[in-house]
Design a binder for this molecule. Structure first.
Ligand code: NAD
Length: 489
């Protein structure tokens, strides 16, 4: 059966696919500005029912304790997605504006495969650890440490890599024994709603265990953060919204897991192959039109070779033409919306106001009258104090900054409210590793190494977040720890 057959997606609440209390809203193809169809628009009553269903499923079924069932269900979801992968690919390209080539990786097939890691981790997990017998306070006691699910998880996600982020929450949260209410971004409702269809029709996931609530109303996300029936909120999005989620969760002392923004540095040491490093930096900044939280958007290069570095980055970025994401060769598609395009443009205007100049790009491409496209842009002539070097732009924009040696490069890279990711390029790999060790960031790529993998924890220092997604650490975010002490005779 075709997914979203009638062009209208539904909510998944308590095992049933339903329409939204607030009606429906359109979802738009960002590459063409054409309306794709409609998504159910949930209201507060829908969210209330979803939270109630998740609470009941956690409290009244054996989901949290039946590991075999959970492992099977997570694998069923993976298999159902694989069976529909071509449909999902087309849908992802259309709903997200994701370049086709990325759907072979982090935009689709990567996260589907990563569900295996969640299921395997649950299957092989040491749920109970025997600490043996001791006599604390002189009382003979047998001690064990038990891991168990946190409870009801409210998952709130953004639009940029929606499958990756939705599944990096759903997979481990479910495998660990939680029930979930997923509230995806209103910009990409279909890629989330389709999970609801697959779960309802192709898995044994019991009613209420997963609820998917699409809505234009951001307040429904805040409801999840505030509601006392929700035990944990797992949020990915901007730092500003993350701050609000954390404040809302404070009243009920909820466990808060945050994956937030970034302004990551690409550090080029003076012994590096400058041409190779700056081309890679330029290419990376264009991927998915720069809409990746961990993309390195500050290129930090030796001062003596600054002009050369700018020219190389501009040569690469100037040659990447933003275009139709459905074409196999496209690297840089559209940004998600007119609002986002205008936001990126306002940062480009700001770069000039701040005294910078464009080595390439700087505006909307003349040959793309429809769609939310921005030209890949290199900003030169600014220091790390500029707002365009400090604030997340979330477009295909690279700011090139000069450094005066390794210590200065580390200082600049770390001089950011964010600490999500970083890259270091240098010919002497020990020296590059030494620089990497001094960077305050959750993931570091040295000379092109790839940290993105199901078994590698991902997350940020400082205002880039709290906690880690993926890897065993990402699974354990969804677990509580209970110590049991039994008097031994
Ligand atoms: P956003 O913060 O505007 O929205 C994210 C989600 O939060 C959406 O579902 C939205 O409806 C919801 N939301 C909005 N206001 C809310 C509130 N007050 N309470 C609860 N939920 C609320 O982010 P976005 O614009 O959709 O996504 C882009 C941002 O996400 C960028 O800043 C990017 O860096 C960040 N991001 C981070 C990571 C990471 O892993 N660190 C990954 C992807 C994206």
């Amino acid at each position: 059966m075709a997914l979203l057959a009638d062009g209208v997606s539904r909510l998944l609440i308590d095992g049933k696919l339903t329409s939204g209390g607030a009606g429906a809203f359109v979802t738009v193809n960002p590459a063409t500005e054409e309306v794709l169809g409609e998504a159910a628009d949930a209201d507060a009553a829908d969210m209330d029912r979803a939270i109630g269903a998740a609470r009941r499923a956690f409290d009244e079924t054996d989901w949290s304790t039946n590991t075999e069932l959970r492992v099977r269900c997570v694998r069923q979801l993976r298999d159902a997605m694989r069976e529909h992968v071509e449909e999902l690919r087309d849908l992802t390209i259309a709903d997200v504006g994701a370049p086709r080539m990325l759907t072979a990786g982090a935009q689709l097939e990567g996260p589907i495969a990563d569900l295996s890691f969640a299921a395997d981790t649950a299957e092989g997990y040491e749920w109970t650890q025997d600490l043996g017998q001791a006599s604390p306070l002189g009382i003979p006691t047998r001690r064990s440490v038990v891991r168990e699910a946190v409870g009801v998880v409210g998952a709130i996600t953004p639009w940029n890599f929606p499958h990756q982020i939705n599944l990096a929450k759903l997979g481990p949260a479910l495998a660990a024994g939680n029930t979930v209410v997923l509230k995806p971004a209103p910009d990409t409702p279909w890629v989330a709603a389709v999970l609801g269809e697959l779960i309802a029709e192709h898995t044994d996931i019991p009613a209420g265990v997963v609820n998917i609530v699409t809505s234009t109303d951001h307040a429904l996300g805040a409801m999840l953060a505030k509601d006392p029936r929700v035990d944990m909120v797992s949020f990915t999005g901007s730092t500003a919204t993350g701050r609000s989620v954390m404040a809302d969760a404070a009243a009920t002392i909820k466990k808060v897991f945050l994956e937030l923004g970034g302004k990551s540095a690409f550090v080029v040491l003076d012994d590096a192959d400058l041409a190779a490093a700056c081309s890679v930096a330029g290419f990376s900044a264009c991927v998915h039109a720069g809409q990746g939280c961990a993309i390195t958007t500050r290129l930090v290069v030796p001062r003596a070779r600054y002009d050369e570095a700018v020219a190389i980055a501009a040569g690469t970025m100037g040659s990447i033409k933003p275009g139709d994401p459905s074409k196999p060769g496209t690297v840089c598609g559209p940004v998600i919306s007119a609002r986002q395009r205008d936001r990126v443009q306002s940062y480009l205007d700001l770069a000039i106001t701040e005294g910078g100049s464009f080595a390439c790009g700087g505006g909307r491409p003349a040959d793309q009258p429809a769609g939310f496209f921005i030209e890949p842009t290199v900003i030169a002539g600014l220091t790390n104090d500029a707002r365009v070097a400090r604030e997340e732009i979330f477009g295909p924009v690279l700011t090139v900054i000069a450094h005066d040696g390794d210590d200065d490069a580390v200082r600049i890279a770390n001089d950011s409210p964010y600490g999500l990711s970083a890259t270091v390029y240098g010919a002497d790999s020990q020296r590059a590793a030494g620089v990497a060790a001094r960077l305050r960031a959750g993931t570091v790529n040295v000379n092109g190494g790839v940290w993105y993998s199901a078994d590698v924890p991902f997350g940020g220092y400082k205002q880039s977040g709290i906690g880690r997604e993926m890897g065993t650490a990402g699974f354990e975010e969804y677990l509580e720890i209970k110590a049991i002490a039994t008097a031994a005779n």
